[in-house]
Design a protein around this ligand. Structure first.
Ligand code: PLP
Length: 389
């Protein structure tokens, strides 16, 4: 470990503050470090390993595709990406899909689609994208501009212009800004993940969806973290009864391989023409075959399980000693400790064999959707003790 730490420090760009743990293997929701110590994984690679580590059906789908062809260019047809797009559209009512490689790229594509639609239907000056303060939409220069947290902006000026930010849960502010700017779209996360697991109010989400529709402003929902079963519905917007024009997602849908998806609704289904957008790896058959396996298993039975485990975690932690509040939905949960900082709780949990994440002042839980209840119970007991002491 000491050697690996030194090599990492020497050769890896200094962008991550890593925990002092080297993960060497795992099975389901249990990870093993280089010393053989086991951990219950309550983070799933930040909402990526939807069915845990080494999920046999996902592995089978991925390796079967690897045996056929690992990549070809988007100049040719391949089965898995079309199959995935069809499945996504049938499950959501969206009309078309574009595939990239990450959440940030999915958001870039969503923004491009919105700007092109607005330019063609209202005029090129209708380019503003409204997003929320405290949001997180990625780390490319455009998605940083979309991200409503100024500390991410400081070192990278000038960012892509044409973004303005709205106070979360302030419908009056949203409507005022829709009027003040020439808007192409408003983009939201239904639950701000990196921003601290803040669940948007239903009235606010419904209100902006209605106001956007009235003003021909597109509604983009960033489901990179909240998507693919995470909140107890296939996509978080489904908890709110709204219909987005554009949905972006990534993380969990790939089950551990990189993939980003943009789903285009009725208005924007045909906004792109050949050459308008593209990606060398986008729609890669191996990633898509894995994603088909993941998506096909996010059914009502699994979603009910997610909600059940969520209810257990909320019931155990709400009002527990050392816990100020619990936020979130499904298996996307934020715990605000009252005696310790979130980082101190995460450290204490790690020592006791439970891996958790932080988001601002909260301990964040994003376990695999299929984490066994028995492991949830063990992990919650450890988190509870860490908060209480
Ligand atoms: N959007 C949201 C809501 C996210 O949580 C993230 C990553 O955490 C991103 C976008 C960026 O995704 P990626 O890191 O895959 O580019």
């Amino acid at each position: 470990m000491a050697d690996l730490k030194t090599l990492d420090k020497t050769y890896i760009a200094n962008t991550y503050a890593r925990f002092p743990v080297e993960i060497v293997s795992g099975r389901g929701s249990v990870m093993t470090d280089a010393d053989g110590k086991e951990y219950i994984d309550m983070g799933s690679g930040i909402a990526v390993n939807a069915f845990g580590v080494g999920d046999p059906l996902w592995k089978q789908a991925v390796t079967a595709q690897l045996d056929k062809v690992q990549h070809t260019s988007n100049l040719y047809y391949t089965g898995p990406c079309v199959q995935l797009a069809k499945m996504l559209c049938e499950k959501t009512g969206m009309k078309k899909a574009f595939f990239g490689n990450s959440g940030a790229e999915a958001n870039e594509c969503g923004i491009k689609a919105a700007r092109k639609y607005a330019a063609e239907h209202k005029g090129p000056e209708y380019s503003t994208i409204l997003t929320l303060w405290n949001s997180f939409h990625g780390r490319t220069l455009t998605t940083l501009a979309a991200t409503g947290q100024e500390h991410y902006h400081e070192l990278y000026q000038p960012l892509t212009p044409g973004f303005a930010h709205v106070q979360p849960n302030d419908l009056e502010d949203a409507i005022a800004q829709m009027k003040a700017h020439k808007c192409a779209a408003i983009m939201i996360e239904c639950i701000q993940g990196e921003g601290g697991v803040n669940v948007l109010d239903a009235d606010f989400v419904k209100g902006i969806a209605a106001a956007a529709k009235e003003n021909d402003i597109l509604l983009i929902v960033d489901e990179v973290q909240t998507g693919n079963g995470r909140t107890g519905q296939l996509y978080a917007y489904m908890n709110y009864g709204v219909q987005p024009d554009i949905v972006t997602t990534a993380k969990g849908i790939g089950g551990g391989l990189p993939i980003g998806c943009v789903l285009l609704g009725e208005k924007v289904a045909d906004v792109f023409a050949p050459g308008d957008h593209g990606s060398t790896f986008g729609g890669n058959p191996v990633c898509c075959a894995g994603a088909v396996s993941i998506l096909s298993r996010i059914d009502e039975a699994l979603l009910a399980e997610v909600r059940e485990k969520s209810a257990y975690i909320f019931a155990q932690l709400t009002g527990a000693p050392g816990v100020e509040s619990v936020s979130g939905m499904g298996l996307m949960i934020g715990i605000k400790p009252s005696k310790k900082t979130a980082a101190e709780v995460v450290k204490a949990c790690m020592e006791q064999g439970v891996l958790c994440l932080t988001a601002k002042d909260r301990v964040r839980l994003l376990p695999a959707l299929n984490i066994p209840m028995e492991l949830v119970q063990k992990a919650v007991a450890v988190i509870k003790a860490a908060c209480a002491s």
